[in-house]
Every structure is written in structure tokens, then in C-alpha cells.
Design a protein around this ligand. Structure first.
Ligand code: HDE
Length: 704
């Protein structure tokens, strides 16, 4: 069939042709290069000059290509998300480990080995789209399963609790957290008066306040953080039996965070640190994986548990309801176009599938309204589900039609029901058995604006969280409160926060009060419920106790100079490769350095573009002359002092001592600093790195 006839017959079937988008290309610009066209498909002859009346004359209105190009550019932006504006997405696949038919009729959980396509978007919450990745902030962990029964969106965070108990407070929370409205700053941070004012007047936020002041809000990478569905949901099996469930994503890579000073510097060194990390890992074939875990419990447990399972400011400790691992998500494909996929993906908590249902958590109920509503604003019309990243992978039939950008109107004559056209002509019909039906929960009560009494304990789990941390992590929490409150200008707000901390843990309150030099310890905040002092500790709440057992997927920065010992470098490279870790060469000049045996090594980073914050551990393999040269270079001195201050493991050639001396760390070197005089020592160095950080050093470098 000629191209012309093919096009005509496709058009007669009512299909859209996308010339240049993988469809018919009626001309080429030479070889395989497609010819540039207008949106209308007209080939463009000149994209450098607008159409003018004379070489120096005015531009003509009839220049359709020029006007269309500028018009399209003018309309490139869509509103950014009101929260979670900055994010990064990837495609993946979910594999079901075992059938869950006894618990849920959801199709994706029926068969072991079943694979379901996924899309995931990680994000920060408060910052604008262009803010830095290392903001101290909750991370969004939004996951979509394209199941055979429609999209299931599990839109979670990397923290299992939330600030508020009722969705009606969400606009207040977000207004308080984002830039202050009169001045338009600070960007992407909670270290300001409005945020802490709101928190200090919202005791229900206290558990979350502890979580956000922990290292959970400064993850090393999206790959090394947990995800949580937060709310209690229901699973319903084929017999209609309901089981409550909380969802967890456990990274196979283990947990890891950075330290605060490192985060501050990383935002400058590489504001895209997290998105680049995900992109690099997937492109390198080191696909990140998370296992899906369920905490399943019944009405009886819900009634006996110390807290209300509908209260999203509370967790259920894993020790009380163990997690059942039921499948694995692997992220194995980067997006092809950021805007089309990551920006236009429209998650909705309301997207569930038969066998999964909501609970009455007032936060979840509010979200179900918000997510549908917000997409209309952002994507401009009701047909955002037609965009490929949002379109279900299963057939879609309904009588919904028209609207902006419609791509999927009902076919045929019938666009209403009931109708008497019958059979296929009559269009889709309901499926009372297989279709989604809500769990028929008995509901009674007075219509009122109320908060359940069972939501009233605001401090016990905050205390449990704090006491479950290692000493290092407790120190970080104390430091984070001091940092944030030091940026708060109003004394009374600082003091009010400390008043709440007294109900959490007196030692923490004192640490923070001392760190702020409060002149007077405030009285403890009035509590609706006394703090339960002896909730059992939960090791699962610590990051350090849940780290990896290998250095796989982590990155070493190797600072080299001319004359670098080839054997040392090769030995280290081999040990890194054997561990499945990554490395980058950092050199005085990006072109590279000559090696001791007369060879040449290319660098990935010039020293001022490759500060040690970018790496999980560093090696300084320099020659005698190289060390002398670099000891006059401020960025090289920063490289080693920052690595040291951030408690990183450091390997070094003996010659590096000159640089260490000039940088002022020579006399402080400890067991986390490993001298490498032969290639054999590389393995021992990598083995050390598995601990990720040499935490005992912290008490030496962080004393104020
Ligand atoms: Fe969201 N949230 N949220 N949220 N949220 C949005 O929806 C909202 C909450 C979460 O990568 C918005 O599409 C309300 C909890 C993630 O595209 C908006 C309440 C949790 C994302 C919205 C909450 C989340 C959002 C803005 C209080 C963890 C990013 C853009 C009741 C369980 C999704 C959008 C993505 C995004 C509303 C609370 C997670 C406005 C009203 C709790 C991961 O609809």
C-alpha cells in the first residue's frame, strides 16, 4: 500500500496520525533524520529566520511556523504541584511472591510470580520545582500499579506518620511550611517562624516533629529509604471478609542518610543529587528494589491497640504486628521524557482496585477528594487519564466523553445507559460481582465536627521513636531541633517547642534548651493525655540499625594527582567492582592525570566540581608532588576535611599526609582513616566502608 493510501485508510478508520512521532514520516532531512514540521505537519524549510518584509523589515503575521513556535513556548508551563512539586519518577515492575487470595481478591495478589507494571515518583514536599534535592523534608513515595483491574495508586511517604489527624488542617500545615507569604522565603525548609509556630500550636504534630528532625528527612538517596502507605487500609477477600492493612516498602539496599552539614553543602554541590543518583543507578543496570510488606490485623487488634488505627499520627510497631513480605518492586527504566511522564503523572489515593478499600482515617478521606481535584487544576481538564503515564494498561470503557484534549471518546451510537441497543452496540455495562464494591461497614453516629477521644495521645509515640534511636541518631535529632529553632526569630516559639519536648523526653528537652541557650526552661506543655513512659523500643525505627551489609550501590570518590601509584589505583578499582560499588576519579583537571607507570587516567570530576559530599567514602591516592600541589588548593583541602567531618571512611596513600597536614586533620586521623601502601589493603578498606560511616568520630568533630 502506498504511504498516501495508508494514511487515507487510517483516517477513514478515525485514527489519528502522528507524523514524526513514530507514525508516517513523509520526508526525511537526509538518511534517518526526520524532517522538522509544524504541529500541522507542514515541512519547515528555515528554522533560523522569521519571515520578514525585507532583510531589515518587520516580521510578517502570516509566518505560521514562527507564531506557532512562540505560542507553544509561551504555554509550556503547567502549574506545579501545590505540594511535592519537586520529584523524580521511574518505571518498574512488581512481582508477587505468593498468593494473598485468603486476604484480598485484588487480582495482582492472586498468583505467585505475577508481574505488574509500575510507575513511581519520589519527591520533596515543601520546595518549589527547582529547589534542592537535599532539603530537610519528608520524601513522597508515590507508587502506581498498572493492574489488570485498573490503576492502584499507593501514594505514600518515607515516614510512616503524618503531621495532622484531619485533612481540614492540611492547607494550614502547608501554608505554614512553605515560604512565608509576605517575603516569599525561605524556600524548601521548615527552619522558620511560621512552621514552628504552627507545630508548637498543634500538639498532634509532635510524633511527626520527631521524625522530621531525624535523619529520615535527609536520605542519602531515594534508593536507600523506606516507603509507607501511612493510613490503615482494608483488604477484602472473595468472601467479603475485611482485614486491616498498613503498607510498607523495604529497600533491599538498606537504609542510609547523610549528615546535616553534608546536606547543606550537597544542595550547592549538586542540587540534583537524588535524581541523578536514581538515573545513574538505573542506567548502570543497578536496579533498586523494594519489598512490599503488609501489616495485617483484625478489628480485635484495632480495638485492643493503645492507639487508634485511624489516627495517621501513629504507627503500629513492627514488633507488635510483624510485617509480611508479599512481593518486590524493581525500578528498571528511566523516563524517556521528564515532563510527559514525571510531571504529568497524576496519582490519586482514590485509585484502588477491587479487594483494596479505604478506612475511615479522616486524613485519607480528605485526600480522596484532594488528589482528583488537584489534577484538574494542574493538567487543565478532565481527560488527564488519557495521558499515557496515567492511562490504565487494561481496557477502559465508559460513557464519559468530550472535554479538553479528549483522546478516548466512546465509540458507536450509544453514549448513555440504560439503552436498548443491546450487545456490543449498547456499550459497556456494570459487573455487580466482579466490580468494585465498598466494604459494607456499619456506620452510625451524630453528624458533628469532632475529633475522636481516641486520637488524644500526642506524645507517647514521639517518645518511643526517640528512645528507639541509637545515641548517634538521638544526637542528630537534638542538633536538628537546635538548628531549626535557631533560625526561628521569635523567642516564644522556640520556647513553646521545648515545652512540648518536655512531654517527649526531658533529656532531649534539656539538650535543645541548652543548645538554644534558653534563659529559662519552659513548663511542660499541657497534655490532653499523659505520656506513656514505657512503650517498648523498636529497633526498626532506627536508620543506623537497619543499614546494608554491603557497600553495593554506594560510590567512592578517588582523588588523584599526576604520578598516582598505578598498582594502588588498580587494586582499589578491583575491590570496588567486586563489591558492586561505584567510583569516580576526581583530579586537578578533568582531562585526567598521568600514572606512576607512565599511563593516563581520565577523571570524571575536576576537584571543585567533585567535592567529597558526592561520595559515600573517599580515597586520596596522590604522589609526593601531587600532595604538595594539592595542599595549596583550597578545594582539595575541603575534600579531605569535609570527608573527615562527615565521618566518612578515608583511604590514603602515605604521601597524602602532606595534604592532611595542611588541611589540619593529620593529628586527628583515626581507625576510619586507612593508610594504603599496597593494593592488598583495598579489600580491607571496602570491608570497613560497609559500616557506611565511622560514627565514633562525630563526637570529635561536632562539639558545639
Ligand atoms: Fe498529599 N497531596 N495530601 N500526602 N501527597 C498531593 O496531589 C493532600 C498526604 C503525597 O508524586 C497533591 O497530585 C492532602 C499524606 C505524595 O505526584 C495534593 C493531605 C501523604 C504526593 C495532596 C495530604 C501524602 C502528594 C499535590 C491531607 C503520605 C506527590 C499534587 C489530608 C501518605 C504525588 C498532587 C506525586 C501530593 C493533598 C497528606 C503523600 C494537593 C489534602 C498523609 C507522595 O492533592
Amino acid at each position: 500500500m502506498s504511504k498516501k493510501t495508508k494514511a487515507a485508510s487510517a483516517q477513514s478508520r478515525g485514527e489519528t496520525l502522528h507524523a514524526g512521532n513514530g507514525g508516517e514520516i513523509h520526508q526525511t532531512a537526509g538518511g534517518d533524520v526526520p524532517v522538522m514540521t509544524t504541529q500541522g505537519g507542514m515541512p519547515v524549510s528555515d528554522d533560523q529566520n522569521s519571515l520578514k518584509a525585507g532583510a531589515r523589515g518587520p516580521t510578517l503575521l502570516e509566518d505560521q511556523h514562527f507564531r506557532e513556535k512562540i505560542f507553544h513556548f509561551d504555554h509550556e508551563r503547567i502549574p506545579e504541584r501545590v505540594v511535592h512539586a519537586r520529584g523524580y519518577g521511574a518505571h518498574g515492575v512488581f512481582e508477587t511472591y505468593e498468593t494473598l487470595a485468603d486476604i484480598t481478591k485484588a487480582d495482582l495478589f492472586q498468583r505467585a510470580g505475577e508481574k505488574t507494571e509500575m510507575f513511581v515518583r519520589f519527591s520533596t514536599v515543601a520546595g518549589n520545582k527547582g529547589s534542592g534535592d537535599l532539603a530537610r523534608d519528608v520524601r513522597g513515595f508515590a507508587t502506581r500499579f498498572y493492574t489488570k483491574e485498573g490503576n492502584w495508586d499507593l501514594v505514600g511517604n518515607n515516614i510512616p506518620v503524618f503531621f495532622i489527624q484531619d485533612a481540614i488542617k492540611f492547607p494550614d500545615l502547608i501554608h505554614a511550611a512553605k515560604a512565608e507569604p509576605d517575603r516569599g522565603f525561605p524556600q524548601a525548609q521548615t527552619a522558620h517562624d511560621n512552621f514552628w509556630d504552627f507545630i508548637s500550636l498543634t500538639p498532634e504534630a509532635m510524633n511527626m516533629a520527631l521524625w522530621i528532625m531525624s535523619d529520615r528527612t535527609i536520605p542519602r538517596s531515594f534508593r536507600f529509604m523506606e516507603g509507607f502507605g501511612v493510613h490503615t487500609f482494608r483488604m477484602i477477600n472473595a468472601e467479603g471478609k475485611s482485614t486491616f492493612v498498613k503498607f510498607h516498602w523495604k529497600p533491599k539496599q538498606g537504609l542510609q542518610s547523610v549528615v546535616w552539614n553534608e546536606a547543606l553543602k550537597l544542595n550547592g554541590a549538586d542540587p540534583d543529587f537524588h535524581r541523578r543518583d536514581l538515573w545513574d543507578a538505573i542506567k548502570a543496570g543497578d536496579y533498586p528494589e523494594w519489598e512490599l510488606g503488609l501489616q495485617l490485623f483484625d478489628e480485635k487488634f484495632a480495638e485492643e491497640f493503645e492507639f487508634d488505627v485511624l489516627d495517621a499520627t501513629k504507627i503500629i510497631p513492627e514488633e507488635q504486628v510483624p510485617i509480611r513480605i508479599v512481593g518486590k518492586m524493581t525500578l528498571d527504566r528511566c523516563v524517556e521524557n521528564f515532563f510527559q511522564e514525571t510531571e504529568q503523572v497524576a496519582f490519586q489515593t482514590g485509585n484502588v482496585v477491587p479487594g483494596i478499600d479505604f478506612s475511615n482515617d479522616p486524613l485519607l478521606q480528605g485526600r480522596n477528594f484532594s488528589y482528583l481535584d488537584t489534577q484538574l487544576k494542574r493538567l487543565g481538564g478532565p481527560n488527564f487519564t488519557h495521558i499515557p503515564v496515567n492511562a490504565p494498561r487494561c481496557p477502559v470503557h465508559s460513557f464519559q466523553q468530550d472535554g479538553h484534549m479528549s483522546m478516548r471518546n466512546p465509540r458507536g451510537r450509544a453514549n448513555y445507559e440504560p439503552n436498548s441497543w443491546g450487545g456490543e452496540k449498547g456499550g459497556p455495562r456494570e459487573a455487580p460481582e466482579a466490580g468494585f464494591s465498598s466494604y459494607p461497614e456499619e456506620i452510625s453516629g451524630q453528624k458533628a465536627r469532632v475529633r475522636s477521644e481516641t486520637f488524644a495521645d500526642h506524645y507517647s509515640q514521639a517518645r518511643q521513636f526517640y528512645l528507639s534511636q541509637t545515641e548517634t541518631e538521638q544526637t542528630h535529632i537534638g542538633n536538628a531541633f537546635v538548628f531549626e529553632l535557631s533560625k526561628v526569630e521569635t523567642m516564644a516559639i522556640r520556647s513553646n517547642v521545648v515545652a512540648h519536648l518536655r512531654n517527649v523526653d526531658e533529656d532531649l528537652a534539656k539538650t535543645v534548651a541548652d543548645g538554644l541557650r534558653l534563659q529559662e526552661m519552659p513548663a511542660a506543655a499541657k497534655a490532653a493525655r499523659p505520656t506513656i513512659m514505657d512503650l517498648a523500643k523498636s529497633d526498626k525505627l532506627s536508620i543506623i540499625l537497619n543499614g546494608p551489609d554491603s557497600f553495593k550501590g554506594r560510590k567512592i570518590g578517588i582523588l588523584v594527582s599526576d604520578g598516582v601509584d598505578t598498582a594502588l589505583l588498580d587494586g582499589l578499582k578491583a575491590a570496588i567492582a567486586a563489591e558492586g560499588a561505584m567510583m569516580e576519579i576526581v583530579a586537578p583537571m578533568v582531562g585526567g592525570v598521568t600514572t606512576s607507570d607512565g599511563g593516563f587516567v581520565e577523571a570524571k570530576q575536576k576537584i571543585d566540581g567533585g567535592p567529597s559530599m558526592l561520595y559515600d567514602a573517599v580515597a586520596v591516592l596522590v604522589s609526593k608532588d601531587g600532595a604538595t600541589l594539592l595542599s595549596k588548593e583550597a578545594t582539595a583541602k575541603d575534600f579531605v576535611t569535609d570527608a573527615f567531618a562527615h565521618c566518612k571512611f578515608i583511604a590514603y596513600s602515605p604521601e597524602a599526609m602532606t595534604l592532611f597536614e595542611k588541611a589540619g586533620i593529620k593529628d586527628d586521623l583515626d581507625e576510619g582513616c586507612i593508610s594504603m601502601s599496597s593494593a592488598k589493603e583495598a579489600k580491607a578498606f571496602i570491608a570497613q566502608c560497609r559500616k557506611l560511616r565511622h560514627w565514633p568520630r562525630e563526637t570529635m568533630v561536632d562539639v558545639v
